[in-house]
Unconditional design. Sequence first.
Length: 344
Amino acid sequence: MVIIRDFLFIFNALFILTSERIIEQKSVEDPHPPEHLKGVRIEASGAFNKDYLKEILFGNEFLEIITEDSVVKIKELLEKLFPKIDTNNDEKLSHVELVSWITNNIKAHLKNSAVKSNDLFDILDCSPKDGYVVWAEYVDKYLDARGYSADIRQKWITGQNSGDAVKIELDHEFQLVKDKEIFTQHDEDSNTKLNKTEFLHFLHPEECKESFLKMQRLSFDRINVDGDEHLTLKEFVSPQLPHYDLEQVDLETLIDQDPYLKERRHEFKDVVDVNHDGVVNFDEFVIFNSVENPHMADHDAWSVIIEADNDGDSFLTLDEVLGNFHAFIGSKALDPGRAMHVEF
């Protein structure tokens, strides 16, 4: 036992020393596709995006403040946003103003994604600078962003062809295998390199119709446990209930006890299930998740108004907004115990 323990100690020490020789300080922006797609309702896991409301209501410039989950800062932010949304300056937010604000924020998300993609493309397109990003250019910057030296990066890239690559951390190697598959999928003209449009789709599949449909199919299939091409209410909310055996509990009772699940039930019955047949098919699921579906902006605006409109006049005053701030960020945003956001 002593020998084994000593061996493990020496092995761990050597691993740490080896890592220190290989890993250097980060020097470039990480080119890896974002783990989370902003403005998309449901993740590939089938779980709801807990930040969805924040993303469509607050926009890019305010999201970093919101993530701190400070009630005081959130209310200060809402006070700043109120006059921006209140375009007619009547000190009330109307349904039309909220729809316009949400729609513009979604457009801003898409535009921001395209700008960042183009900037990153110009950084990666360097050897040679020919208007394309090849896989080796991506890998070089991916490893550089994780602190690998130029020598290690070059040896790993060339070693992939010869079968004699140097060792890198296992999770980095695994991620590169996944990225290579996605990279190849978005090489639409099969020339082994990506142009600017293909690279944008590589980073943001929600911007490409074909990729978005593939992503939605993956999400749909993961929660459609019986494979019948129709989602029941139980399947629709199941990603939010990972710790429950849904065969052993009364689902309706469980939902009635949770305001968030009650909202998901409302969405299922009154929004997603367009033909009201009691189940959701794939086409309905895709429409619900479409980032540019104008009907969904309408639904999101009404959802906020219904939750925050204390006097029932279909308008929101600043006092109503501040008094019901959870309606603007999603009730789960301040609940760290509910881990719903599974990365795509």
